[in-house]
Design a protein around this ligand. Structure first.
Ligand SMILES: [Zn+2]
Length: 525
């Protein structure tokens, strides 16, 4: 797609231009805009499809639940837009070259493409497990180098990009006085020429940042008009967003951690090069806490999606937990909460089965006129509340409550013998509408759990799986016996470290060992 052929949309639509929501019509999406610090209507500037860009993963490891909270909330946004009648053109990048990837690939002795392929594949598998819809366009950074080079060249032509002595190119931040307008940071005087060459930094001082990095020995590099090297992280998103969405587009999304410097730098580069507003609306998803603390490997509360699946939690419950707390609120992820969501999903599925599969009476024997229309009315009201809550800055918590209230009401009516076959349609419609956004009713959990166990086996991580899961999977006695014998051999050669590892692995599989003079006996927990 050639961005030059696209009509330049107006800088910002005002409330007065929005179609009003009236009875029966779908509500208009309103969303908080980080840039304006206000809740504003979100409608496509071109009147056709909402053009949105969401920062994708850096594929150097498995995705953790903090990452997935962001991807899930973006999924809720796109599903809500479509529910409310707006088509979307959603572009997501894959960062497959950056500081961390180069560091890890070098340590593993692999080319970056060989290193990242595995994690990219895993990322998309995880998204499918979580029922996240695929964006319309997925763009890999390494496949868009010419667009990045062209963007840097156009900045260089205006002396906004300059080449440092080592061959790297930097963005001259003093040339963009609006720097800080997204993150609302006041940089209080910019030091011209002070530079930072890493992709991620937290310093509050504005410094010229790297657009293009000169190659270091052994690093993957591209030969370009800028000289040899590789792109910085920030330029990649600017180039790919504008390649697929035009110089100016509707919405840019990402986790709150990306607001500075990443998104601030995207704005500076793009608006300096094109002299247009880059993204009109900015959507940022807040961090989560785990058991009340910041998630970190050193705290021991760091979880990938796969860690949780191996512990026996269901993908649907994880999805439900990560989307139920509205995106601008901090979510405190707890295992208690995850168990509550497991039960909540189960309640919904049981309810759907009940409504769908029961042979309901066609009329009430006791002549209670009006009860059947009360159920239909409740279903319609729940749908209306559901839509309104989502249209109001994506209030997933209220939206969900509307449906759970309906479930309670209908269950009570059905228990009292007041539910009729003619009520089925309205109640099922409300459930289906709920599921167009929440996407938890279709039970694919067992398949994803099996998939994850197979993966764990290939990766030698079965010891991380819960005994209950392994038991359901059916580790055969012969497999257990082989591990027990391996442990006995390790003990005989006095390799107690290995023997302990094997004991732990077996324990993780729900196998208890008893050492005796006759050898090792084992039993299942
Ligand atoms: Zn980005």
């Amino acid at each position: 797609m050639n961005p030059d052929n696209q009509p330049e949309p107006q800088t910002r639509a005002t409330t007065a231009e929005m179609p009003a929501s009236n009875n029966g019509a779908l509500p208009v999406m309103h969303l908080y805009n980080t840039l304006s610090a206000r809740i504003e209507p979100l409608v496509p500037a071109d009147g056709q499809a909402l053009r949105m860009y969401a920062c994708g993963p850096t594929v150097y490891d498995y995705g953790h639940i903090g990452n997935f909270r962001t991807f899930l909330q973006v999924d809720v946004l796109r599903r809500t837009l479509r529910l409310l009648g707006t088509e979307v053109r959603h572009v997501m990048n894959i960062t497959d070259v950056d500081d961390k990837i180069i560091r890890n690939a070098t340590a593993a002795g692999l080319d970056i493409a060989d290193y990242t392929r595995k994690y990219e594949e895993a990322f998309f598998q995880d998204l499918r497990a979580l029922q996240v819809e695929q964006p319309e366009v997925v763009a890999r950074a390494t496949e868009h180098i010419p667009a990045m080079v062209a963007l840097i060249e156009s900045l260089a032509a205006e002396d906004i990009a300059y080449r440092a002595d080592d061959g790297s190119w930097y963005f001259r931040i003093a040339r963009f006085p609006e720097y800080g307008k997204l993150s609302k940071k006041d940089f209080g005087g910019i030091t011209d020429g002070a530079r930072v060459d890493v992709d991620e930094y937290e310093k509050d001082a504005a410094r010229d940042f790297a657009l293009w990095k000169a190659p270091k020995p052994g690093e993957h590099q591209w030969e370009t008009a800028l000289g040899p090297g590789r792109p910085g992280w920030h330029i990649e998103c600017s180039a790919m967003a504008m390649e697929y969405l035009g110089n100016s587009f509707d919405l840019h999304a990402g986790g709150e951690d990306l607001m500075f410097p990443h998104h601030e730098n995207e704005i500076a580069q793009s608006e300096s090069a094109k002299h247009h507003t880059f993204a009109r609306h900015w959507f940022h998803v807040r961090f989560l806490l785990v058991e009340g603390k910041k998630m970190s490997k050193s705290e021991g509360n760091f979880y990938t999606l796969r860690d949780l699946l191996l512990r026996g939690y269901k993908a649907s419950a994880i999805r439900m937990l990560l989307i139920t707390v509205p995106y601008r609120q901090q979510l405190n992820f707890t295992f208690e909460g995850l168990e509550a969501e497991t039960a909540a999903v189960e309640r919904l599925r049981t309810f759907k089965d009940r409504i769908e599969k029961t042979h309901w009476p066609q009329s009430l024997s006791r002549g209670m006129a009006g009860v059947d229309s009360a159920i239909d009315d409740a279903a319609r009201a729940a749908r209306e509340k559901f839509r309104q809550a989502l249209a109001n800055d994506l209030n997933t918590s209220e939206a969900r409550a509307a449906i759970f209230d309906l479930v309670r009401f209908v269950n009570a009516q059905a228990d009292a013998g007041n539910f009729l076959e003619s009520n089925q349609h309205a109640v099922m419609e409300a459930l289906q509408e709920f599921d167009r956004v929440f996407a938890v009713l279709d039970d694919q959990d067992a398949g994803w759990t099996r998939f994850t166990l197979d993966w764990a086996e290939r990766e030698g991580r079965l010891d991380q799986a819960s005994p209950e899961l392994l038991a359901t999977r059916g580790i055969t006695d012969a497999q257990v016996q082989a591990l027990v014998e391996e442990r006995d051999q390790a003990k005989r050669r006095r390799d107690f470290k290995r023997a302990d590892e094997l004991r732990n692995q077996l324990s993780g599989m729900g196998i208890l060992l008893e050492d005796s003079k006759e050898g090792t006996r084992w039993k299942r927990k």
